[in-house]
Design a protein. Structure first.
Length: 56
């Protein structure tokens, strides 16, 4: 994972993705269960602390 960039969490379990994203300073919302199939910010996008992130 590159510091201050959105990681690619596609295919990860929600638990692992949420941990990684919140550790990066993002506010995470999610829908569904199982694994991440879609993420609102593209991997590699620069992170602004507190920025919202939605995955489903």
């Amino acid at each position: 994972m590159v510091k201050d960039q959105v990681p690619d969490v596609l295919g990860m379990t929600f638990r692992d993705a949420i941990y990684l994203l919140e550790k990066s300073g993002l506010r995470v919302s999610f829908e569904g269960k199982g694994r991440v199939s879609n993420q609102s910010l593209s991997p590699g996008t620069r992170i602004s602390k507190g920025q919202a992130f939605i995955c489903d």
